[in-house]
Design a protein around this ligand. Structure first.
Ligand code: ATP
Length: 551
């Protein structure tokens, strides 16, 4: 049933035609169109519209998008064609496990990293960042256990003859994707660290994770930043692993980036987490280790139930898992495509007391995109032993020296990239084109600006807007092709807003802004454009109320 609704925009009243629709169990009100600036005018227009053929009103409704499955192979082709990701050194045939990011890919990459850093470091009082070197003393990797135990088992399938990697305890228990058995006779341990030379005689490794330099710098960072427990140190940057079988596009690379946070807690206060009460009833699907061992499925549990079942050993670990899950949700990932998986005892890393991953439902199965570990006092303890430096800090209240307990939240940038791309892949029947429905904060290009016709005065007007918006965001002046072609090209690369300049714009100093996801259009004054775009990108305002809705 349609009704009139009044809305205040910049102090003025505007009247809109709205309609209640049922979506699942909820009733939502959607905007059908603009009716004018006063009630009488609105009443007349509504009657006129409701009398007119049904399709007139339909035309103003939001476009409905369908989620589309995209396989990892299709995604890699799409990414190459559109300038997101190329095989590294493509003209020489590429190199397995190495990738280059193109013009759109590098923008998306920078945006993902920026959002990660803002969420985990900038907006928090209790976390600071570092940027450690890629090559460091080889003693670091001896102390951490990587030199002795960071390896996989290299196996070859008896049937398809392809090499693969499995965990050491999986030999004889798992089979190749083709169904074949792995040859146990030729199975061998394979170190995952890349060795490198330093000067004439020195040797070290390219770091296989970013975590260790957080531990080695722990005391310095704590002293410099004058932090008291609990507090966190974050780092993002390149990691290298000589993976036996790099595969599935960006999923398993040999060079990749990690975004990691290590949170240091007083070992006697592992349950003093001020956030826990607020989140403990959050329910999430989890595949527990007992369920995996008994051949069971995932179940929906609240975080407090997971703690009771000892999936987590303390409340801080629960919180960091929840916080990481929330990061994906905030940036638009559909929670139906995410689940948690507890590590079984036989696969727990040597340093971990408990581990829970976040997995994403890829075409090739549920796979890890994030790992959280309760690392206890292992790392600081080992570095204390190997370096003979005191890694404890003084508790000023009790005057006791304490070795901090660590919870790790570890994201892989490339896997986050895949998740955001795959989860954003939609199709519109009405438009007959794909729409990359990225969160505007992640979109490589925030707005495309184009004059409706090729004319000097239109172009000058457009250039001014581009210059102004470019100071804040990556926006482009899109000159070529029909308007429809320009819209669809921008839909496909995830540009959330298209700004068109027409005859009215020159007269009224305003522009029309089109929303990628709904196709709705609003009219916005040029002077307000920056402010409106900022609110739209941050999703602080509903599109239809950000300006005058155009019918
Ligand atoms: P996997 O079991 O898939 O090899 P992992 O358990 O060894 O992963 P971690 O050591 O926990 O991974 O690393 C943390 C995160 O780093 C992972 O969740 C993933 O997002 C990312 N990551 C790890 N290895 C790779 C890789 N080879 N390519 C891309 N990302 C990776």
């Amino acid at each position: 049933m349609a009704f009139i609704a009044k809305q205040k925009v910049n102090g003025n009243d505007y009247y809109y035609l709205r309609k209640s629709v049922r979506e699942g169990k909820k009733v939502k009100s959607i905007c059908l169109g603009y009716l004018g600036k006063n009630k009488k005018e609105a009443q007349e227009k509504m009657e006129e519209l409701l009398k007119s053929p049904k399709r007139e009103v339909k035309r103003m409704e939001k476009d409905k998008l369908d989620r589309r499955d995209i396989s990892i192979e299709e995604l890699s082709i799409f990414c190459k064609r559109r300038g997101f990701v190329y095989p590294s050194g493509d003209i020489y045939g590429g190199l397995a496990g190495f990738w280059d990011f193109g013009p759109l890919g590098v923008e998306l990459k920078n945006n993902i990293k920026k959002e990660w850093w803002n969420f985990h470091v900038t907006r928090r009082e209790d976390v600071v960042g570092i940027d450690g070197s890629i090559i460091t003393s080889p003693l670091v990797w001896k102390a951490s256990g990587h030199v002795d135990s960071f390896s996989d088992l290299f196996v070859v399938c008896k049937k398809c003859k392809k090499p693969n990697k499995i965990d050491k305890d999986e030999l004889g228990k798992v089979r190749c994707g083709c169904g074949g058995e792995y040859d146990e006779k030729t199975a061998k341990e394979f170190g995952l660290m890349f060795k490198t030379n330093i000067g004439e005689k020195g040797e070290s490794y390219l770091r296989p994770e970013t975590a260790q330099l957080i531990f080695t710098n722990f005391k310095l960072v704590q002293e410099n930043s004058r932090k008291k427990l609990p507090f966190g140190i974050a780092q993002m940057g390149k990691s290298f692993r000589n993976e036996i079988a790099p595969r599935d596009f960006l999923f398993r690379c040999r060079e990749f980036e990690q975004m990691e946070l290590q949170y240091f807690i007083d070992p006697s206060k592992l349950d003093d987490c001020p956030f826990y009460e607020k989140i403990k009833n959050t329910k999430i699907g989890i595949w527990s280790s007992s369920s995996q061992e008994n051949g069971g499925e995932e179940e929906i549990l609240s975080l407090s139930e997971m703690l009771e079942k000892k999936i987590f050993k303390n409340k801080w670990h629960v919180y960091w898992l929840w916080n990481s899950y929330q990061w994906f949700l905030n940036l638009g990932v559909d929670k139906n495509n995410l689940r948690l998986r507890e590590h079984r005892k036989d696969e727990l890393a040597h340093y971990a007391q408990a581990a829970v991953d976040i997995e994403y439902k890829f075409h090739f199965g549920w796979k890890e995109i994030f790992g959280s570990h309760d690392r206890g006092q292992f790392d600081l303890g080992e570095h204390e032993k190997f370096s003979k430096k005191d890694m404890k800090i003084l508790d000023e209240e009790t005057h006791e020296k304490k070795l901090a307990h660590v919870i790790e939240a570890s994201f892989g940038f490339e896997r986050a990239f895949l998740v955001f791309m795959i989860d954003s892949y939609f199709f519109s029947k009405q438009r007959n084109n794909f729409i990359l429905k990225l969160h505007p904060l992640l979109s490589p290009i925030k707005a495309a600006i184009f004059p409706i016709v090729k004319r000097e005065d239109f172009e000058k007007f457009s250039e001014k807007i581009v210059d102004d918006l470019n100071k804040e965001w990556n926006v482009v002046f899109d000159r070529s092709g029909s308007i429809g072609r320009r819209y669809s090209r921008n839909d496909e690369i995830g540009t959330p807003f298209c700004i068109t300049i027409d005859e009215e714009s020159l007269k009224n100093k305003d522009v029309s802004v089109r929303d990628r996801d709904t196709k709705q259009q609003i009219r916005v004054k040029v002077l307000d454009m920056k402010e409106v775009l900022k609110k739209l990108i941050n999703k602080e305002i509903d599109f239809s109320s950000a300006g005058k809705l155009i019918i």
